[in-house]
Ligand binder design. Structure first.
Ligand SMILES: NC(=O)C1=CN([C@@H]2O[C@H](COP(=O)(O)OP(=O)(O)OC[C@H]3O[C@@H](n4cnc5c(N)ncnc54)[C@H](O)[C@@H]3O)[C@@H](O)[C@H]2O)C=CC1
Ligand SMILES: O=C(O)[C@H]1O[C@H](OP(=O)(O)OP(=O)(O)OC[C@H]2O[C@@H](n3ccc(=O)[nH]c3=O)[C@H](O)[C@@H]2O)[C@H](O)[C@@H](O)[C@@H]1O
Length: 479
């Protein structure tokens, strides 16, 4: 990270008329659909190098599943919302360009396994520098390590056309499954920058529907760092309650009761205290590891160690869940059929990135279990790809063996009933609402006996499963 002079001073900025968003993913798509819906006076173009994804955004089957998303896309698409692969012209014509590309954990070279891979961000900055003329506002929407704007500004300042730029940080706080709700009524929108005029221009966009008191402005670096910090704090709460769940199982305390008891303290608050098989999703682990890397980079090993523990506790929780299944099933799951209920990392999304289900299934396969997997939104291809990737773990030589392991031991089915037929156990890994509504006596009859249920989300806890004959175990309590 080098120090460069501030971005070119901004000329007078007129109200934003055209927006371009680079990256039509989970963030770019829904965020821009909301801006287009709320600001009919602004033309929004979402661009991506992935032509298949753009085609999906232009079809009736959107590339991501989010409650309410279809409706808001249909309202604006073709009017002031466009999805296209024409990256250069969309950038060239825009007044404001959002960068919303992926920032995965680096899996090679310096910082591998921890640092963010900023290759895609840098490519966007270079592309913007190449094709821009006049003055543009560039908005970092992706989650980035603190001080990335410095590099973005340095690249932009090399624009050969003499274009000038303001750089803003505007991290996104939406959660998957509630993206539309979160975008419609955010707790806050955070905008960091150096130029009052540029900040004002973005504030005016959001002010079309977000109350002014929820539009927070800070300096660039506070904004960049707040995003990583918010995710680290949220994940830390999950790991904290999960650590207590292990203690509850050992002591006959009940983790949901403990969560309720501490959550009513207004200083602690009730949210993000739901004990589970472990947090997943594309961001928590990636962002914490990035924070850990930054702390090490800035010579703060104690701070790095503190945050790394959140990820270690999450790995422990997933392992602990599998160990409990194996132990309870008389110390072997070899050749036993286990019904997996849910594969997405949380309900109401088809996203499986870093889902706890991937790791639980991997470990069960290594124990030679036979898995029958059902998820209402995740495709069979996606499930098999995730399992192939995790079993292979980057080693090409393991491709054939892991493909065989999956072919022989994994089936993906289209109902919980099919998954459970002749199964020895059920493992609930995603909290889909429909799981609470199935005909449990019929499921019980179709299973091997004793019929076990391992509820990694405690969603079946209030049902009389023991009365139906099941042996039921959840997270963080004993019956
Ligand atoms: N997924 C989520 O719920 C949230 C994600 N974020 C952050 O937002 C950022 C984006 O995340 P997602 O939308 O989930 O990623 P994603 O992987 O779903 O989408 C990123 C898109 O960017 C495209 N892309 C990459 N390089 C490009 C280039 N040079 N030109 C044009 N398109 C390019 C990819 O093809 C891909 O379609 C990440 O930094 C993430 O940490 C922040 C809040 C929530
Ligand atoms: O940067 C991001 O990507 C986003 O990450 C999270 O959103 P998301 O990962 O979509 O979903 P969450 O609702 O935060 O859940 C994350 C994981 O934690 C788990 N979780 C959550 C809450 C809880 O109490 N217990 C629990 O196990 C969920 O099941 C899920 O696996 C944050 O909540 C968003 O604010 C942020 O914008």
């Amino acid at each position: 990270m080098t120090t460069v002079s501030p971005a070119h001073a901004s000329p007078t900025i007129t109200p934003i008329r055209k927006i371009c968003c680079i990256g039509a993913g989970y963030v770019g798509g829904p965020t821009m659909a909301m801006i287009a819906k709320q600001c009919p006076d602004i033309e929004v173009r979402v661009v991506d190098i992935n032509a298949t994804r753009i085609a999906q955004w232009n079809s009736d089957t959107l590339p991501i599943y989010e409650p309410g998303l279809h409706e808001i896309v249909m309202e604006s698409r073709g009017r002031n919302l466009h999805f296209t692969c024409e990256v250069d012209s969309a950038i060239a014509e825009a007044d404001m360009i959002f960068i919303s590309v992926n920032t995965p954990t680096k899996d090679f070279g310096v910082g591998a396994g921890r640092a963010a891979n900023l290759e895609f961000i840098e490519k966007c900055a270079r592309k913007i520098a190449d094709v821009s003329t006049g003055h543009k506002i560039v908005v970092e929407k992706s989650t980035l390590p603190v001080r990335t704007a410095e590099a973005v500004k340095a690249i932009l300042s090399g624009s050969s056309s003499g274009a000038t730029f303001d750089v803003l940080s505007n991290p996104e706080f939406l959660a998957e499954g509630t993206a539309v709700e979160d975008l419609l009524s955010p707790d806050r929108v955070l905008i960091g920058g150096e130029s009052e005029a540029a900040i004002g221009a973005l504030v005016d966009v959001y002010a079309h529907w977000v109350p002014r008191e929820r539009l927070l402005t800070t300096n660039l670096w506070s904004s960049e760092l707040s995003k990583l910090t918010a995710n680290a704090f949220l994940a830390q709460r999950v790991s904290s309650i999960n650590s207590i769940s292990a203690l509850c199982e050992a002591t006959e305390a009940d983790v949901d009761e403990v969560a309720m008891a501490i959550g009513t303290d207004s200083r602690i608050g009730p949210k993000f205290l739901k004990s589970s098989v472990g947090f997943g999703g594309s961001c928590f682990q990636k962002d914490i590891l990035n924070l850990v890397y930054l702390c090490e980079y800035f010579g703060l090993p104690e701070v790095a160690e503190y945050w790394e523990q959140v990820v270690k506790m999450n790995d422990y929780q997933k392992r602990r869940f599998v160990n409990r299944i194996v132990r309870t099933l008389f110390n072997t799951v070899s050749d036993k059929k286990i019904a997996i209920w849910g594969f997405a990392f949380k309900k109401d999304t088809n996203d499986t990135r870093e889902s706890a289900a991937i790791y639980v299934c991997r470990d069960l396969l290594r124990e030679k279990a036979k898995l029958s997997i059902y998820d209402p939104q995740v495709t069979a291809d996606q499930i098999k790809k995730d399992l192939q990737d995790v079993l292979r773990n980057g080693d090409a030589e393991l491709s054939e063996a892991s493909a065989r392991l999956i072919a022989e031991n994994v089936e993906v089915v289209d109902s919980v009933e099919a998954a459970c037929c002749n199964a020895h156990a059920i493992a609930v890994l995603t909290e889909w609402d429909e799981f609470g509504k199935v005909d449990f006596p019929a499921i019980y009859r179709s299973m091997q006996k004793p019929a076990f249920v391992f509820d990694g989300r405690n969603v079946l806890k209030s049902l009389p499963l023991d009365e139906y004959g099941f042996v039921y175990q959840g997270i963080g309590f004993r019956r």
